[in-house]
Design a protein around this ligand. Structure first.
Ligand code: C2E
Ligand code: MG
Ligand code: MG
Ligand code: MG
Length: 279
């Protein structure tokens, strides 16, 4: 179905379209009920410092265990939660839950939480973040907020003001899925981020000469700008080796660790300081 057809309003009355709209509404209804029913959970994926071979923290990733739908991927329910505005409540829940988990980790370990543009635009975001830190007792410098370009695409200055306010408190801002958007470089000038996460599509294709060149260039860019670069989706020793030689600072991916339940990550972070040796 071509994008050009999207403007034909009457197409919404096609039977196929109607079914799609109803399926989406059913998803949104189920989502609304899911939070009070405790159907959401966080998993945590470890992040490694490549040169040291140490785990330095973990990223919180949301899971929805629906009694009727089974395990639903965040790629499927986050957009629906953004559309209804539920993401504001759900995001608050995730921040609190993630910080509470991190409060039990060794003190050097950072916690990364994904946040959507809708949350930051809501106006109560800075307050929510500060309250999650206060509630858990986790200091600001251990929290990293992962945003995507869509956050920085926002024209209003509410978003940039909110991010600056949080950054002034010592919270780190990471630009997620770097390289997949329209103008990744442009946004680096728009807002001073602390970290760039190279999208996993570049790491997957790292054998390709062009992808390798892009990865090396982003790593060099990070070094020039004083920004930490993390490679996402590292699955093989060969990929990790290439990243190490290119001077990439951090790596995340199935090779280092898959997303794990809170209790498992707690054990890993307590014991696994030198989980993997470099070289
Ligand atoms: P993301 O923030 O870029 O997270 C990385 C995704 O890559 C995760 O998918 C993770 O499980 C997956 N991944 C990690 N290592 C590997 C690997 O080596 N190979 C492959 N193939 N995949 C790997 P997940 O958990 O399905 O999350 C998808 C996206 O949903 C996230 O992408 C993020 O944008 C969003 N998301 C997840 N949790 C939240 C949340 O609490 N709030 C918001 N706003 N978005 C979230
Ligand atoms: Mg992320
Ligand atoms: Mg990503
Ligand atoms: Mg993503």
């Amino acid at each position: 179905r071509g994008k050009s057809e999207g403007r034909n309003v009457y197409r919404f009355f096609e039977p196929g379209m109607d079914a799609m709209v109803r399926a989406r509404q059913a998803l949104e209804t189920d989502l609304e009920a899911a939070l009070p029913r405790n159907e959401f959970e966080l998993e945590f994926q470890p992040i490694m410092n490549i040169a040291a071979g140490d785990i330095v923290g973990a990223e919180a990733l949301m899971r929805w265990h629906s009694p009727t739908r089974g395990l639903v991927s965040p790629d499927n329910f986050i957009p629906a939660a953004e559309e209804t505005g539920l993401i504001v409540q759900l995001g608050d829940w995730a921040l609190r839950k993630a910080c509470t988990a991190a409060a039990g980790w060794p003190h050097a370990m950072r916690i990364a939480v994904n946040v959507s543009a809708v949350q930051i635009k809501s106006g109560s975001f800075a307050r929510s973040v500060i309250s999650a830190l206060a509630f858990s007792g986790v200091p600001a410098h251990r929290l990293e907020l992962e945003i995507t370009e869509t956050v920085l695409m926002d024209e209003s200055d509410t978003v940039l003001k909110t991010l600056s306010q949080l950054r002034d408190l010592g919270i780190r801002i990471a630009l997620d899925d770097f390289g997949t958007g329209y103008s990744s470089l442009g946004y680096l000038r728009r807002f001073p981020v602390d970290k760039i996460k190279i999208d996993r599509s570049f790491i997957r294709d790292i054998d390709n000469r062009d992808s390798a060149a892009i990865v090396r260039t982003v790593i060099g860019l990070g070094a020039q700008l004083g920004i930490t670069v993390t490679a996402e989706g590292v699955e093989t020793e060969a990929q990790l080796d290439m990243l190490r030689k290119a001077g990439c600072i951090e790596a995340q991916g199935y090779l280092i660790g898959v997303p794990a339940k809170a209790a498992q990550i707690n054990r890993l972070l307590r014991s696994g300081m030198a989980l993997r040796q470099s070289g």
